[in-house]
Ligand binder design. Structure first.
Ligand SMILES: O=C(O)CCC(=O)CC(=O)O
Length: 264
């Protein structure tokens, strides 16, 4: 466990893998989760890479910081964290809002980006009305009042049936995020639109989505892949919104194949 003061708050992060490796992957997680969602993928990846995981402000063990913060603020946190730990180029892999943050890093500091992996995300997610309705409901009744609906978008019916105990664990993760942090990130997603800057991505890109993603469905994610010249687009079968939890082997296979094509 490591902590650093970044952007006026304390961020929780972890460096895993080979610290001497030539390549680093920085993972950014989704709304209502902390960085532990990436651990099942980490377990499946080769040993010869360094991994930087972190909890965005307002989530996990990180401080709340200024709320709401914009996606650009979150992206700047990652840029500053990379500088702090000595990473001057990395593959950025983001899930959902983490994918918006990865797109924000490209917009703010493209020279930091060796390649980009966008999981279950888009250049613009949802409408202002949808996010304002969610923010108001959570303000009034708390995250637990919506958690079953959220989990039904995150995971397939099969996951509900076969992995009841894990499901309960992810419910706890979701419900324990601070309301101000969760709603701050909802507002940041509401206000983000990276359509123009994402169309300028010139590094290798892999875009992945679960076939049963209820939050960012395949057609939405495919439209973002279509913005990026040469991007590979992959659909993971039997998977909802969180492939790093529901199908970590399949996601790790796609990531490993993508990395192997980048060369050394
Ligand atoms: O998962 C995210 O980061 C944002 C997309 C979303 O709305 C997830 C959910 O359905 O709660």
């Amino acid at each position: 466990m490591a902590f650093a003061e970044i952007g006026g708050t304390v961020l929780h992060y972890e460096l895993l893998g080979d610290p001497e490796a030539d390549r680093t992957i920085v993972f950014a997680n989704s709304l209502g989760t902390d960085f532990r969602i990436w651990l099942p993928v980490f377990d499946e990846l080769d040993d010869d890479i360094a991994i930087l995981l972190y909890d965005k402000r307002g989530h996990g063990l990180s401080g709340l910081g200024k709320q709401p913060s914009s996606i650009e603020d979150h992206a700047q946190d990652v840029i500053d964290l990379c500088a702090l730990v000595g990473v001057d180029k990395a593959v950025f892999c983001g899930l959902s809002v983490g994918g918006l943050i990865a797109q924000g890093i490209w917009k703010l500091k493209p020279e930091l980006v060796e390649a980009i992996i966008l999981c279950d995300t888009a250049a613009k997610i949802g409408t202002a009305e949808m996010w304002n309705t969610r923010i108001a409901a959570i303000e009034a009744n708390g995250i637990a009042s919506l958690s079953t609906q959220v989990l039904e978008r995150w995971f397939t019916p099969n996951f509900f049936k076969e992995r009841e105990i894990d499901l309960e664990g992810y419910r706890q993760m979701l419900e324990r995020q601070p309301v101000a942090g969760y709603n701050g990130v909802c507002a940041a997603i509401r206000d983000a639109d990276f359509t123009a800057s994402t169309a300028t991505i010139k590094v290798p890109a892999l875009v992945v989505v679960g076939d049963q993603d209820g939050s960012t469905p395949p057609d939405l994610v495919r439209a973002t892949a279509d913005l990026i010249p040469g991007a590979a687009f992959e659909i993971i079968k039997g998977c909802g919104h969180i492939p790093c939890v529901e199908q970590p082997e399949a996601l790790a296979r796609l990531i490993s194949r993508f990395l192997s094509r980048l060369g050394d």
